[in-house]
Structure formats: structure tokens, C-alpha cells
Design a protein around this ligand. Structure first.
Ligand code: ADP
Ligand code: MG
Length: 698
């Protein structure tokens, strides 16, 4: 029987393959490029391309593509075949270093937020050798960055790589100050836990809202929802288990370390978590995972919903971004150490994160902002829209002791002095876990929990890396010029705790009292919607930080802000239009047909028995007529709102108008339509109900 280790990574041009197939010189040069960012020679590229092509062809590939992540949030590819005519009329399979390194997709229809004027519609893709090439179907996929000819990033990968480099640079400065000169590279790792829903394909196909928008726009609450909590970690149904097995196999072939899977809180909701890896690879893998989840579902007569809120009244789906910083020598910098020296270093990195999250709450918030995620954040099922950090009681107490020059515990007599004391061991506690915090320390990593299930993790990580790089830069600047390193270090850590402790909150993040406390007393930001937060991308402090860390240019930031808001507007207009269409063409005719049946029943009864009571039919008929009337009125009002925002050209203004007009009317229409669903006979209802969708998989 074929075992997992036989096929794991079979479709990946990974280190094993490179080592086995490339000449030693070529392998060494490529390794240098991968590990240290050294420039790649064209002769090396040619050698790699040729070997890569042979390997791909052996594994069934006929085409290649530069695989990239444009700002649409999904991945893009343009396939070219390897074939090239030979003089004798046959074809040979060819692939050059030039084709490997650089591609020129016709990029005019990818969003650029005005960066690429349409007459200069060309952008180019550039090979990212730090992420392995892989085979999908019959195509060799080469992970690439996507830029304009002016050098501006048109994708999510470029700024992500730049942010990793920014963090590397500053972290190395700090490590050097602590005497760690053997470290050559510092990188961030991520393990993203991915939530999703599985529903039956036949049912899906009967709902225009799911087809066009990925979420249900109508649907009355089923008699049973998630209140029994019987789905979480429950037994996985056979059909779902088969799906998970097939999915794992596909992911493993691509070298994706899919590790855990379980049912989630909501019915039909599940989770998949991979083992963590370097951030840019984790990003590529998560994009691939989402794509393959959907593909495999199709093969199993299922649909995988990645929307953040497919069902109202039922928990939505998020993605937990487990993040840490590690050296190339294998040290996790977010792990408390055994010696006073290591501890001081740990505390400094911890403080860098605390400071970063407090200083750039807005960037973290907006990095996860989409129309879909707006339904989740702050809805008592996901973290609130207020960013805060959970550290746990023990670590918080340690920081307090440092801040106040007090002994950490009664047993100790002396105050904590960094560089002298060993921190008390605090266990990596998995039982006392706070699940309501947006940003939780979990022993040796932080878990950023605000991401939506369909978000690319690139956005959150580029902001996180940049903000932490900025804290580290400030620390390094001060420490490098300090007369007394240890004193300065102690003073800086104390100051960070004092200045930023407002961001630390160990209580229940879902509690309304916390939001009050956070915003009123602590002055933390509470940007509830995408239009609220996105424009802050262009706040002076944010532009200054992101440009000085060389992660974005100002033009890139402007274009991104515009694209994200445009995306928000388009999403909602598609949803609104779909709603109006479903209301007019499906829901109203259904309610009317049922009303007609009731009217006919009453008339028939009366014609058989004169004077018989038809009170029930009459009351119901009145109710149905009233509901239909309401639906019609609300549909008209929704259409009016859609028309109103059409001509607003300023994208910020438009996003507010949509949020405060269109979205409000969508909710009103939904309320009356859902009410009508509860009084309309089931056989008339035009599409599968919540009960059908959520409990439909046997
Ligand atoms: P949970 O209880 O939340 O499932 P786990 O320890 O299983 O916690 O980890 C969840 C995710 O965090 C997994 O994807 C795992 O690989 C990842 N993870 C574990 N350690 C690290 C680390 N040092 N850096 C980044 N991610 C990590
Ligand atoms: Mg988790």
C-alpha cells in the first residue's frame, strides 16, 4: 500500500529534488539565493529551468505558469505550454531561465488602483525562489511576485516579502546587541487554522445568493442551530470524513503539512490546520489550500464555503494566524529562555510585539477588513473589532512587577532586575486559554484571530511584521547608542510596559463592558466596519512607518486603499442586486402562489358548506398579503439605494453611502422575507432552507 511518506511532496520541486537533480554548483548558488537573497545568475537560472522542466514533464506536466496573488485576493495564473517546434516538424519541450525568472501576463484587468495607467497595461511577474514550484493538474506552477514596470507591487506577495526582510534586518540588529553573532537570518513563521463550511452541491445550486455571493442573503432560523453545542469536536460524518481524507491526500502531495481537522461550533462547519512554516510559504500554502478545498468538494458532490458569514445567526468562519519569530539557528524568539540573558531578550521581543500592536492597532484591524469579515468581528462569536492582547495572568504579573520595581511574588524579596533574574517558569498552558482575544500569546507564539476565513494571510502578516520591525528599529537605535546596555534595556522595557499596557486585556473580549472600557477609558480604537478603518491606511503615521520600513511606497498604499474600498463596494452591490432579484423573481411569486392556494381553499370550503368559518384562511391570507406588500416595498427601496450610490465617484464616500444606505435596506428586506418564510408552506419556498443546508449532509 502507498503510504503518506511515499507521496508527500510528490508534486513539489523542493529541496530534496533540487539536491538530487541539480549539479552541486547550481544547487549551491540557488540555495544562496533562497536563504540569503543573493542575486541569481542567468546561467544558474537556465540550469534550474531545464531541470525543473524535465522533472515537471516526468510528473505529467505539459504547461507552466507564473502563479501569483493579485490584489483580488485569489490567485492568478496564465498557462503556457512547454512545447516548441523542432526543425524536423516534431516538438521539443523547452523552458528557459528567462521564462522561469520573468513573465509578462496581460495584466490590464487586474486591479491596480490607478497605479498602472491603462496604456501601460503591462506588469511583470518575477520568480520567488523562496517558495517551491509545484505541479497542479498538468501545470508547473512557479510562485512569483507581480509588479508594474515602474516597480510598484501589484500583488500581496511583494510587500509580504519586503516586510519579512524589514523584520529580519531589525531583529538581527537586536540579536547582535545580545551577542548572538552566529544568527544570519531571522524569519517569521505562521500556522493558519482555516475554518470552512461544507454543504450539499445540489442544494447550493438552487440558491442564487450562494452562487453569486458565497453567502445566504435570506433564510429564517432553523428550529435547531448551534445551541446544543453538539457539533464541536463531534463525530465526523462519513461523507465529510471521505472529503477530508481526499483533501489531505491532495494537500500532502503538494507538500502542505495539513495536520489537524475537526468539526467546529456551527453545524456543517469544520477546521483544517497545517503545521506552521515560513510566512511566505504558509501564505502560498493557505491560498492553495483554499483552492483545493473547493476543488475536492466539487468531486464529492459538496461545496466548500469560505465566506466569513455564510449563515446569519450561526457562527461565521475565521482563520487563526499563529505567528512567531525564529532564527536560522532554530531559536524561537518568543520562547522564554532559561538564563537571565535569554529572558531579557525574550522580554524585549515580547515588548516589541506589545508596542507594535498598540501603535498600529489600526493597521492590524484594516488588514483583515472586508465586507464579509464585517459580519463577524464584534458579533459575539469572533473577536471584537477592538484590538487587544491576551498575555495570561502570569506573564502580565511579571510585566507589572517590572514596571513597578516590585518583587514578582511574595516569596521573593528583591525586585526583578533584567539581566540578573531568571524569569519564573511559566508553563505553556493549554487549558487556561482565552478564546475571545483578538491577539493571544499562547506560550511561544501569538495567535491573531481576527482574520476572516477567505482573507489572504499575506495582508495581516505584512502589517504585523512591519509594525514589529518598527518597534525593533526604535529599540535598536537606542540600545546601539547606550552607554550602559543593561540599564538602557531595563528602562526601555519598563517604559514600553507603562506606555502600552492599555493594549493588554486578559478578560472576556466578547463582553460589552470591555468595549466600553477599551474605548472610553483606554482610548483603544473601535473601527466597526471596513469603510471606518480602511482610509486610516493613509494616516501620516502609517504611511511614514510603512514607507520607512520599505514595505510600501506611498503610491502603493493609495492604490491598495482604493482597491480595498472598491472591493467592499462591489461586494455589497452584487449582494444587494442578487437580493432584489431573488425577492422579485423567487420569493414574491412563492408567497403569492401560496396566498392563491389559501384563497382558493377558503372559496372552495364556502362553496361546499355555506357559512363555514374560513377565519384561519382569511387571517393567513391577510398576513401573506401584508408580507408580500412589505417585501415589494423593501425591494423597491433597496433598488433606489442601489441607484443612488451608482454615480458617486469618490470611493470613500461611496463606501459610506453603501454601508449606511444599501446595507441597511438589505437588512430590512431580509427581515420581512425571513418572516414570510416562516408562514409560507414549505413546498412553495423556492430554495433550500437553513435547515436543509446546515443539516443536509448525512
Ligand atoms: P490550537 O490549540 O490552537 O490548535 P496548536 O498548538 O495545535 O494550537 O497550534 C495551532 C497552529 O499553530 C498550528 O498550525 C501550529 O502549527 C501552529 N504553531 C505551533 N507553533 C508555532 C510557532 N512557533 N509559530 C507559528 N505557528 C505555530
Ligand atoms: Mg487556535
Amino acid at each position: 500500500m502507498e503510504t503518506v511518506s511515499d507521496f508527500f511532496g510528490k508534486l513539489v520541486f523542493d529541496d530534496r529534488v533540487m539536491k538530487a537533480k541539480l549539479s552541486s554548483d547550481v544547487y549551491q548558488s540557488l540555495k544562496k539565493t533562497i536563504d540569503q537573497g543573493a542575486k541569481l545568475d542567468i546561467s544558474v537560472a537556465n540550469a534550474v529551468a531545464s531541470v525543473m522542466k524535465d522533472w515537471a514533464v516526468e510528473n505529467g506536466a505539459t504547461h507552466y505558469t507564473h502563479w501569483f496573488q493579485p490584489l483580488t485576493g485569489i490567485t492568478a495564473e496564465k498557462h503556457d505550454s512547454f512545447i516548441s517546434p523542432a526543425p524536423d516538424g516534431r516538438v521539443i519541450m523547452e523552458f528557459s531561465g528567462k521564462e522561469l525568472i520573468k513573465g509578462e501576463p496581460d495584466a490590464s484587468s487586474f486591479p491596480s488602483g490607478g497605479l498602472r495607467a491603462t496604456f501601460e497595461a503591462r506588469g511583470y511577474t518575477a520568480w520567488d525562489p523562496t517558495s517551491y514550484a509545484f505541479i497542479k493538474g498538468k501545470t508547473l506552477c512557479i510562485p512569483t511576485a507581480f509588479c508594474s514596470y515602474g516597480g510598484e507591487a501589484l500583488d500581496k506577495k511583494t510587500p509580504l516579502l519586503r516586510s519579512m526582510e524589514a523584520l529580519n534586518k531589525q531583529a538581527l540588529r537586536i540579536l547582535k546587541l545580545f551577542g548572538n553573532t552566529d544568527v544570519k537570518h531571522v524569519s517569521t513563521s505562521v500556522g493558519p487554522e482555516q475554518e470552512y463550511f461544507l454543504i450539499d452541491r445540489e442544494m447550493y445550486e438552487k440558491r442564487k445568493d450562494l452562487i453569486y455571493t458565497g453567502r445566504t442573503l435570506f433564510g429564517a432560523k432553523p428550529p435547531k442551530g448551534q445551541e446544543m453545542d453538539d457539533h464541536y469536536f463531534g463525530v465526523i460524518k462519513p461523507r465529510v470524513a471521505e472529503y477530508m481524507e481526499a483533501l489531505n491526500k491532495e494537500l500532502w502531495k503538494l507538500g502542505i503539512l495539513a495536520k489537524t481537522e475537526h468539526n467546529e461550533v456551527a453545524p456543517a462547519q469544520h477546521e483544517l490546520a497545517p503545521i506552521y512554516t515560513t510566512t511566505n510559504i504558509a501564505t502560498d500554502h493557505n491560498q492553495l489550500t483554499m483552492e483545493i478545498m473547493q476543488k475536492v468538494a466539487q468531486r464529492h458532490g459538496l461545496v466548500c464555503l469560505l465566506h466569513e458569514k455564510p449563515f446569519a445567526g450561526v457562527n461565521g468562519s475565521g482563520k487563526h494566524n499563529n505567528w512567531s519569530i525564529a532564527t536560522d539557528t532554530g531559536v524561537n524568539l518568543l520562547t522564554p529562555g532559561d538564563t537571565p540573558h535569554e529572558n531579557a531578550q525574550f522580554l524585549l521581543f515580547l515588548c516589541a510585539v506589545i508596542k507594535a500592536v498598540d501603535d498600529y492597532q489600526d493597521l492590524l484591524r484594516l488588514s483583515v477588513a472586508t465586507a464579509g469579515n464585517d459580519h463577524r468581528l464584534g458579533a459575539n462569536e469572533a473577536p471584537p473589532a477592538v484590538v487587544s492582547i491576551f498575555l495570561g495572568d502570569e506573564l502580565t504579573a511579571i510585566l507589572e512587577a517590572i514596571e513597578n520595581d516590585e518583587p514578582y511574588s511574595a516569596a521573593e524579596k528583591t525586585t526583578m532586575k533584567l539581566g540578573v533574574d531568571v524569569l519564573p517558569k511559566f508553563p505553556r498552558d493549554t487549558t487556561d486559554r482565552n478564546r475571545t482575544s483578538p491577539f493571544a500569546f499562547t506560550g511561544n507564539k501569538f495567535e491573531f484571530r481576527m482574520l476572516g476565513s477567505s482573507n489572504s494571510i499575506a495582508c495581516a502578516n505584512m502589517m504585523l511584521n512591519s509594525a514589529v520591525a518598527e518597534s525593533l528599529k526604535i529599540y535598536a537605535d537606542r540600545l546601539e547608542n547606550a552607554d550602559n546596555f543593561e540599564e538602557k534595556l531595563h528602562e526601555m522595557i519598563k517604559k514600553t510596559i507603562k506606555d502600552h499596557k492599555r493594549i493588554i486585556f486578559n478578560g472576556n473580549g466578547y463582553d460589552d463592558a470591555w468595549i466600553e472600557e477599551a474605548t472610553k477609558n483606554r482610548g483603544l480604537l473601535n473601527y466597526k466596519t471596513t469603510p471606518d478603518c480602511m482610509p486610516h491606511l493613509l494616516d501620516k503615521k502609517n504611511v511614514e512607518m510603512l514607507t520607512s520600513q520599505k514595505v510600501f511606497s506611498e503610491a502603493e498604499l493609495k492604490s491598495r486603499c482604493e482597491i480595498m474600498l472598491d472591493n467592499y463596494c462591489k461586494t455589497l452591490i452584487i449582494e444587494a442586486t442578487t437580493m432584489a432579484d431573488m425577492a422579485r423573481k423567487e420569493i414574491l411569486p412563492a408567497v403569492e402562489s401560496y396566498a392563491l392556494e389559501i384563497a382558493n381553499t377558503a372559496a372552495a370550503k364556502k362553496s361546499v358548506i355555506a357559512g363555514i368559518s374560513t377565519e384561519y384562511e382569511e387571517e393567513l391570507l391577510k398576513k401573506l398579503t401584508c408580507e408580500a406588500q412589505q417585501i415589494s416595498v423593501k425591494t423597491d427601496e433597496l433598488n433606489e439605494e442601489i441607484m443612488k450610490v451608482k454615480d458617486i465617484s469618490d470611493i470613500e464616500e461611496k463606501s459610506y453611502a453603501i454601508r449606511d444606505g444599501v446595507l441597511v435596506k438589505m437588512n430590512e428586506l431580509r427581515a420581512v422575507a425571513d418572516e414570510a418564510e416562516t408562514v409560507t408552506a414549505e413546498k412553495y419556498w423556492p430554495f433550500p432552507t437553513y435547515g436543509d443546508l446546515l443539516f443536509g449532509i448525512k
